[in-house]
Design a protein around this ligand. Structure first.
Ligand code: C2E
Ligand code: CA
Ligand code: CA
Ligand code: CA
Length: 281
């Protein structure tokens, strides 16, 4: 009816208004949060299939804003990228990752931490220098870290990208391609770039137990990666059945809720202690 239509319209209008208010609030709160370093890193273990050891940790940023409450990185990272705020945010994340490496060392643990690097930061001409300055300030060598970049980040501007990746490797960083399979279809960069790991996107893992096509694709990615001397990480693994299939396919490393959600550092230390008792020798 007409009445509903008008209600519908005004509802839509209200929603628009709420959306733009939210963006304004997000903008001012994000700037404030960056000034006050109001972020925390959570860490998700990556489990090596051969020896059941914790091969590494992925750092994932968390923001519990005073006025907005918990905001997902899926919302504020893209906004930070649009506005350029990702650069100071990314530097805070790297600093916090250094702090975590030092904390882990105090507990006698040397587990590499993977940091997600936004393409906007990676493409800055002073990206390498900005990372090096932070690592030197914390006196934490690069071999404590892995860099996760998406396919999209490394696809274009090839020569500059290659030289940046080569220099990162020379400094001691490991390099992983994140969300593999969701970007463009060209695979030529896999040969040109000095890559250590491919992370197969969760969208391929999700239906691996029911869809033969997904299984075929994952199997092919694993075989190709091994021939190119790369390790394979399966992301978003939630079920024992998925672990079984991936193990049979010789997947090297598994990450997902099946083993652990991302955890704050104190809970991570408890997880590691528990894990090491369960998987000794
Ligand atoms: P991503 O790098 O692909 O991170 C994996 C996401 O999957 C994380 O979501 C993680 O919590 C979630 N996840 C892990 N295991 C499972 C699982 O078994 N099932 C399901 N359903 N999800 C799982 P999160 O932390 O919300 O991050 C979302 C995205 O935001 C990340 O995707 C990444 O693109 C971005 N992001 C997060 N932290 C950072 C950061 O510190 N820097 C940058 N530049 N981006 C970040
Ligand atoms: Ca990632
Ligand atoms: Ca991913
Ligand atoms: Ca193996």
């Amino acid at each position: 009816s007409k009445k509903n239509g008008r209600n519908g319209y005004s509802f839509y209008f209200d929603e628009l208004q709420t959306d733009s208010q939210r963006v304004l609030l997000l903008d001012s709160e994000l700037r404030k949060a960056i000034d006050e370093r109001e972020f925390e890193l959570y860490f998700q273990p990556k489990i090596e299939m051969d020896n059941e050891q914790i091969q590494g940790l992925e750092a994932l940023v968390r923001w519990n804003s005073e006025s907005l409450g918990f905001v997902s990185p899926a919302e504020f990272i893209p906004y930070a990228e649009e506005t350029g705020l990702i650069i100071p945010l990314s530097e805070i994340i790297i600093e916090k990752a250094c702090e975590a490496v030092i904390k882990l060392q105090q507990f006698g643990l040397k587990i590499p931490i993977a940091i997600n690097i936004s393409s906007i930061h990676f493409k800055q001409s002073n990206f390498l220098e900005s990372v090096q300055v932070i690592l030197e300030r914390y006196n934490t060598p690069a071999n404590n870290f892995e860099i996760e970049v998406t396919e999209r980040t490394v696809m274009n501007s090839a020569t500059e990208t290659v030289s940046k990746l080569v220099r990162l490797k020379q400094l001691g960083f490991k390099i992983s391609i994140d969300d593999f399979g969701t970007g463009y279809s060209s695979l030529s960069y896999l040969v040109r770039f000095p890559l250590d790991c491919l992370k197969i996107d969760r969208s391929f893992i999700q239906h691996i137990t029911s869809l033969d096509e997904k299984q075929a694709v994952v199997d092919a990615i694993i075989q190709m990666s091994h021939r190119l001397k790369m390790k394979v990480v399966a992301e978003g693994v939630e079920q024992a059945q998925q672990v079984d299939i991936l193990r049979k396919m010789n997947c090297d490393i598994i990450q997902g809720y099946y083993y652990s959600k991302p955890l704050p550092l104190d809970e991570l230390l408890e997880f590691i202690e528990f894990w090491e008792i369960e998987h000794q020798g």
